[in-house]
Ligand binder design. Structure first.
Ligand code: SAM
Length: 525
């Protein structure tokens, strides 16, 4: 199986894998790189081209590049096929021909290039869950990086864990969860053997122990959304780590039928429960799903006291797994009995939180608490800022730093002094000239000459000094340190996303656990 570019991108970009074109902060364009030559008269001569507002990028310029490389836009030959160029695509589209950007259109035409103006560059970066969150096609509201990084940390999601996620929506959380639990692809060597010292001092192999692969069980009520996510995950090389199920989890819960599709064939057919260690519910009514997240079947009276679901079941689709709801007699817990289960729900309203917490208490969940992530970005950058912004006025308003302002003040001071001296000198000359008996007629013109001389000399000296100072500064300061280091917080908080409710369900206490405990600690403990 080819490694997922999200988990193992390798050192350079390769054909048929997802790459992201980083146009600017928060603007990334995803594209599947292709080395295929043009196949029809409608294609560019260069093969596949990604058009962006910063220019056109033939994939030949993007392939086999070390990740992070800056790629310059190319002039793309649209040849004489321009008259047929009626296709349009928004920023980042892969359709050849013309570009629509901010309502502006670059039409192809004979001897025209697709982009004649505004050509620039992009940085080629490998896909990551964070970058995907910023560039994915939105089908729903998504969970953003500040929330999901905190959630996965609080859920203690580790490589080898199994996570239940519902609803899957646009798959933003799904990608981050897949990376968190990844510890190998399930069709790798299916078992591991460990060598331990045997009793008699020799080493003997212990029986082969089956490796538990990290897995995300993702449930989505909306069939087309579930289909699209399943297809994206296949394209991203994550199909063996994430299993997407088209399911109404309020009614049908989380246990699964054996897999029939070939892409999941490595999973044992007897697997009916996800054996989840962590659960993330991004649903309109998470409390309705909680009755399925128990370690044993609930009594009819408990079931009755919980809210009953009202949403209809979705239509089953061909390539997604579907199941009829389990009856109490066939109850199977979707949770890993050997571990405490950690849960997080993501709800925008406090009323939803109240209902969720009430149900969690009812079902004996522990350590219930609620968190709201109020994420505020700190922008750190170097900037040449006018001191006018800081309330300084006059000649110094455009100075970049305090030192520069002081320097300018001194310079102005010095110039004034010099001007004054030269003026005095000139006056002296005038007086001498006057005393020398020159006629009154010439006095005015001489004074004019002296004034001109004074100003010119002052300007020359000032310019020379300034040049010398700039030169000296440039020599001692590297270019990247130009300007002042500033940090600014975002002017206001991004709007409220959601309240996160966390809870823990203790692990199942078995007969064997009790016996072991009695043996170790005696009765009454
Ligand atoms: N967490 C997702 C992400 O990061 O992209 C976004 C989830 S979106 C806000 C909520 C999703 O829950 C919707 O796609 C909706 O179809 C799905 N949903 C709603 N009720 C459901 C149910 N009973 N069972 C499964 N999915 C459901």
């Amino acid at each position: 199986m080819a490694p997922s570019p999200f988990l193992d991108p390798g050192p350079t970009s390769t054909s048929n894998t997802l790459a992201l074109l980083h146009l600017k902060r928060d603007l990334l364009v995803p594209t599947v790189l292709s080395s295929a030559p043009p196949t029809s008269a409608d294609d560019y001569a260069e093969g596949k081209v990604t058009n962006t507002r910063f220019g056109s990028f033939p994939h030949s310029t993007l392939l086999n590049q070390p990740w992070g490389t800056q790629i310059l836009a190319s002039k793309v030959d649209t040849g004489s096929r321009g008259s047929k160029t009626k296709k349009r695509k928004r920023d980042g589209g892969d359709t050849p021909r013309c570009i629509e950007e901010d309502g502006e259109e670059f039409k192809g035409g004979k001897n025209q290039t697709a982009v004649t103006a505004r050509s620039g560059f992009v940085h080629l970066i490998p896909p990551t869950p964070e970058a995907w969150t910023l560039s994915l096609p939105h089908r729903t509201q998504v969970v953003y990086t500040p929330d999901y990084s905190y959630i996965l940390q609080r859920l203690r999601a580790r490589p080898g864990d199994c996570i239940i996620e519902a609803g899957a929506g646009s798959g933003s959380f799904t990608h981050a969860a897949a990376r968190a639990v990844f510890n190998g692809y399930p069709d790798e060597e299916p078992s591991i053997s460990t060598i331990e010292p045997a009793q008699n001092g020799t080493t003997a192999p212990t029986p082969k122990r089956k490796k538990r692969y990290g897995k995300v069980y993702s449930y989505e009520f909306h069939a087309p959304r579930a289909q699209q996510l399943a297809s994206e995950l296949r394209g991203h090389g994550l199909a063996s780590i994430v299993r997407v199920t088209n399911r109404d989890v309020y009614n049908d819960g989380f246990c699964l039928p054996p897999l029939q599709t070939s892409s999941f064939s490595t999973e044992a057919p007897s697997t009916l429960t996800p054996q989840a260690d962590c659960i993330f519910l991004d649903l309109p009514a998470p409390w309705l799903a909680l009755k399925h997240l128990t370690r044993s079947a609930l009594s009819p009276s408990t079931l009755h006291s919980l809210s009953s679901p009202s949403t209809p079941s979705p239509n089953p689709t061909s390539n997604l797994t579907t199941q009829t709801p389990p009856t109490p007699s066939t109850f199977q817990s979707p949770l890993n009995p050997a571990q405490p289960t950690r849960l997080c729900t993501f709800s925008p309203c406090i009323e939803q939180v109240q209902r969720t917490i009430s149900t969690l208490r009812h079902l004996s969940w522990h350590e219930i608490d609620m968190v709201e992530i109020l994420h505020k970005r700190l922008d750190v950058r170097r900037e040449r800022v006018g001191l006018a912004e800081e309330g300084l006025r006059g000649a110094n308003a455009s100075a970049a730093t305090v030192e520069e302002a002081v320097h300018r003040l001194r310079e102005v001071d010095g110039r004034a002094k010099l001007f004054h001296e030269l003026q005095m000198e000139a006056k002296g000359e005038d007086v001498e000239e006057k005393e020398g008996g020159e006629g009154k007629k010439e006095e005015g013109s001489l004074r004019g000459k002296s004034k001109f001389k004074v100003e010119a000399e002052a300007a020359r000296l000032s310019k020379q000094r300034r040049l010398e100072s700039i030169k000296a500064k440039a020599e001692e300061r590297p270019l990247f340190k130009e300007g002042r280091l500033l940090h600014r917080t975002e002017p206001e908080l991004k709007t409220h996303t959601s309240y996160l409710v966390f809870a823990v369900l203790p692990r199942a206490w078995t007969k064997e656990d009790e016996e072991r405990c009695q043996k170790t600690w005696g009765r009454g403990v």
